[in-house]
Design a protein around this ligand. Structure first.
Ligand SMILES: NC(=O)c1ccc[n+]([C@@H]2O[C@H](COP(=O)([O-])OP(=O)(O)OC[C@H]3O[C@@H](n4cnc5c(N)ncnc54)[C@H](O)[C@@H]3O)[C@@H](O)[C@H]2O)c1
Length: 323
């Protein structure tokens, strides 16, 4: 007897993290993957087309170009297919742009998440993974951040992610859905979003243009390599011991932005021209994950420290940022 193919719905599956996850799910035979993505213009949609180019040739893959705000379109997809699990990564990402466009962030990140939870419940889908963010903790959180720390978001983006977690908790409680909210800590690696610091700085350093650092460069970040995030997401899909969990996925090796720039300079073989500017509203002064819960519940073992990860990122970048 052959095993029934599991079918996963990945929202935002054309994006940075989502497209890597789809690579892994498709490699994990016998999985089928449906992706919902609207190729949002937050950054060049052609980059997302390139991310999924190889997926389109796979018989086990289906792309649905739809907006998660469009309930009717989502309802149609759920009426056609059953999903063993939903991995919800579609979102308006980015802290700073959310300050100037809070309503769109709310519509996509809160109403869109609501639409997916509602349709999951109506269609008897019990397993839901929500891509949350370290930004929910806020600037006063004591490092390393533990999942039970009080939340104090300071950007609309962070507030929408905290809201998504609350909706997820409600659905788990009311309908017995098995939900894991994963708080990602600054993810980087091949295909990283072009707006994120490592990728943006690499582009500017390579073209000998100045890079703007907001603050004095002493802000600390827990940079997490994409393969480690994937390890955590795949383990969360399998996890079923408790109905609802919120789990940090970080590297737990925080470094300053200045140190990250030094590592990037070494990896690219090029010095940066740095312009220091005032800190931006909404930016967190530090992020640092306590990953003991991820280790205990998911067997999570991040394996790529930033020194090694930046080299891998730079190799990808120097190849022309392809694949
Ligand atoms: N990259 C990080 O460092 C990081 C950190 C914390 C949390 N996250 C979260 O992880 C998830 C994935 O992030 P990413 O870095 O891969 O971002 P990304 O922007 O590359 O991917 C998000 C995808 O969602 C799609 N999308 C946006 N709005 C949509 C809509 N209305 N309908 C359908 N699809 C839509 C986009 O087109 C994109 O392909 C997001 O939820 C993000 O908030 C990312």
């Amino acid at each position: 007897m052959t095993a029934r193919r599991k079918q996963f719905l990945v929202t935002g599956g054309a994006g940075f993290i989502g497209s890597h996850l789809v690579d892994r799910l498709l490699a994990q035979n016998p999985a089928r993957v449906v992706v919902i993505d609207n190729f949002d213009e937050f950054y060049d949609p052609q980059i997302k087309r390139a991310n999924i180019a190889a997926h389109l040739n796979n018989q086990a893959y289906r792309l649905v170009e739809a907006d998660i705000r469009d309930y009717a379109a989502l309802k149609q997809i759920f009426s056609e297919q059953h999903f063993d699990a939903i991995i919800h990564l579609a979102a308006k990402a980015g802290v700073r742009p959310s300050v100037s466009d809070p309503r769109t962030y709310t519509e996509v990140n809160i109403n869109g998440t609501m639409n997916l939870l509602d349709l999951a419940e109506r269609n008897g889908i019990k397993k839901f993974i929500f891509g949350s963010s370290s930004s929910v903790y806020g600037p006063a959180a004591i490092p390393p951040f533990k999942e039970d720390a009080p939340l104090a978001p300071i950007s609309p983006y962070a507030a929408t992610k905290a809201s998504g977690e609350l909706l997820a908790h409600t659905y788990s409680h009311l309908y017995g859905m098995q939900i894991v909210c994963l708080r990602f800590f600054t993810v980087y690696g091949a295909r990283q979003r072009p707006d994120l610091a490592i990728h943006k700085f690499a582009r500017l350093i390579s073209s000998r243009s100045p890079i703007q650092v907001y603050g004095d460069g002493g802000a600390e970040r827990d940079f997490t390599y994409i393969n480690d995030i994937l390890q955590g997401v795949l383990a969360a899909i399998e996890y079923d011991s408790t109905p609802f969990e919120i789990i940090n996925l970080g590297e737990s090796q925080t470094i300053t932005v200045n140190r990250m720039i030094e590592l990037l300079e070494e990896a690219l073989g090029q010095k940066a021209i740095i312009e220091y500017r005032s800190p931006q509203p909404g930016d967190m002064p530090r992020t640092h994950a306590d990953i003991s819960k991820a280790r205990a519940l998911l067997g999570y073992q991040p394996a790529t420290p930033i020194e090694a990860g930046i080299k891998k990122f730079a190799e990808w970048f120097k190849r022309g940022a392809k694949s």
